[in-house]
Design a protein around this ligand. Structure first.
Ligand SMILES: [Zn+2]
Ligand SMILES: [Zn+2]
Length: 166
């Protein structure tokens, strides 16, 4: 790593530590590691975060990662989303009432900005007397990769064996 690269990495981890501290939590090795991975791979499951964190901190358990995620969501520095049929996903982008679009084939998840920029971004036709704080929308569809592979599957006859494939 170049000197500049090293300095940047140290700064980045300082910023992560700052945001943990600012949320009122103590900075620990596992918390720093989980937050760093979450920063690079938003919409990750606990298992996926665990696989990456374990490479960095071999002593970390899956249970510890779940504990860190619970602390993060409780302190408001991470958000948990649960699209139907998917395990819980975690991300650092919080507090902006953004929504998600999910691929029905490969489960890829992307952010969709809040339609009006503030919560709740949808006005219910009937609130049944409730006060409304947030609205969470999940859009479902096919991601660009899956659209391409669907088109390819339709236009190319399936090869009879692997040897026939190009
Ligand atoms: Zn897809
Ligand atoms: Zn998101």
């Amino acid at each position: 790593m170049t000197e500049t690269g090293r300095v940047r990495a140290v700064e980045a981890s300082g910023l992560l530590a700052d945001s943990i501290r600012a949320s009122g939590l103590k900075v620990t090795g596992p918390r720093l590691a989980v937050l760093r991975v979450l920063d690079q791979a938003p919409h990750s499951t606990a298992e996926r975060l665990y696989a990456t964190v374990r490479a960095e901190l071999p002593g970390t358990s899956l249970q510890a990662v779940y504990g860190v995620l619970a602390a993060f969501t409780g302190a408001g520095i991470a958000r948990k989303i649960e699209p139907a049929g998917s395990p819980a996903l975690f991300e650092r982008r919080v507090g902006d009432n953004h929504h998600h679009i999910v691929c029905t084939r490969c489960s890829a998840v992307h952010d969709v900005d809040c339609a009006v920029g503030e919560s709740p971004c949808l006005t219910p036709s009937n609130t049944s007397g409730f006060t409304v704080q947030t609205a969470e929308v999940t859009y479902w569809g096919l991601c660009p990769d899956c659209q391409t592979s669907t088109l390819t599957a339709l236009s190319t006859p399936a090869p009879l064996s692997n040897e026939g494939a190009q």
